[in-house]
Unconditional design. Structure first.
Ligand SMILES: [Zn+2]
Length: 339
């Protein structure tokens, strides 16, 4: 009997070791421990054993059954472990695999410099003003001391929408609009698009950008204007930047000037960038004409002010050594990605 039990246990264990799935495992259990299983049958045969041998035999059968249960449980665990391993292997994430690159947009070069410009003037206590690009003739010209038939109108090839409405040719109308609305002290910059009916070439475009500056307060002098513009030039072009002011004429400022910076490539020696001059013109400026103050409702005996206007494109072209203005508007990503 004992040998028979041991033989059954050995056979069961051998079958178990070949088991691959939970279902096969169940089959083995039924084969040995089920209602008609081999071990169950032997247990039923106990009643034919002599009464004095029964306890020992029963104990033996229990031991074998317990050993088989243990083996079944171990194999069941093994099957589960293998299934989990296979599942994990199938879901492996290769963290070293390069990702799909996302193309992220970049700031347009005009905005790169404009943002720097704003940053500088906001830091100096200026605020930003915005106004319409479709403008009344009154704001674009007349209130800036450029009446109808004034020769200065000829220098600004204007897009007329009607006799009294134009596409603004400059950001200077924002001076008038600001002074009409606000009482001094006034301290604004007004960046924006302007339009002139110029033929397109490497340095001309019918659409470009200007930044207007206006300060009106008591006791504002030419020295305030020079000081703030020199400070601005040094912040934008570097601390060692040298500036100069040349007398000029604008109808809406008196006196008027243009500001040059010493060529940042040749430092004044003369090179193709500055056309041999050693200086690069940056902006026009001047003291606000008393007539302009008066037309905007500001008492010119009490207040004075200065204004300046800068061409954004020219500033950016100098800064990044761009030699064709058309590149700004073509939106060629090969160009835009360089900034
Ligand atoms: Zn130069």
């Amino acid at each position: 009997m004992k040998e028979q039990l041991e033989a059954i246990l050995a056979k069961a264990k051998e079958e178990l070791s070949a088991v691959q799935s939970a279902r096969e495992l169940g089959d083995v259990r039924v084969k040995y421990l089920g209602k008609k299983g081999e071990l169950t049958t032997i247990r039923k045969g106990l009643r034919d054993v002599a009464p004095e041998d029964r306890p020992a035999m029963g104990q033996l059968i229990n031991d074998v059954c317990a050993q088989l249960e243990t083996a079944l449980a171990a194999q069941s665990e093994e099957i589960e472990r293998k299934a989990l391993e296979a599942k994990l292997a199938g879901e492996t994430l290769d963290v070293t695999m390069p990702g799909k690159p996302l193309t992220i947009g970049k700031k347009h070069p005009l905005n790169v410099v404009l943002d720097e410009f704003k940053e500088i003037f906001l830091g100096l206590g200026f605020s930003i003003a915005e106004g319409p690009e479709v403008e009344l003739d009154h704001y674009n010209f007349e209130a800036l001391n450029i009446p109808k038939d004034h020769p200065a109108r000829d220098t600004q090839d204007t897009f007329y929408i009607s006799d009294n409405v134009v596409l603004r040719t400059q950001t200077s109308p924002m001076q008038v609009r600001t002074m009409e609305k606000k009482k001094p002290p006034i301290r604004i910059i007004a960046p924006g698009r302007v339009y002139r009916s110029d033929a397109v070439d490497a340095t001309h475009s019918p659409l470009f950008h200007q930044i207007e500056g206006l300060v009106v307060d008591k006791d504002i002098r030419m020295s305030d204007l020079k000081g703030i513009l020199e400070l601005f030039a040094k912040k934008l072009y570097g601390e060692d930047t040298v500036v100069r002011f040349r007398p000029h004429h604008f109808p809406f400022t008196e006196p008027s000037a243009e500001m040059d910076i010493q060529c940042y490539r040749c430092h004044g020696a003369g090179c193709p960038l500055c056309k041999g001059e050693g200086w690069i013109e940056i902006l026009g400026c001047g003291m606000v004409h008393p007539k302009v103050l008066e037309m905007s409702g500001i008492d010119s005996t009490e207040y004075s002010g200065y204004a300046f206007g800068i061409g954004l494109e020219r500033m950016v072209m100098g800064r990044f050594k761009i030699d064709d203005i058309r590149l700004f508007y073509e939106n060629d990503v090969r160009f835009l990605h360089q900034f």
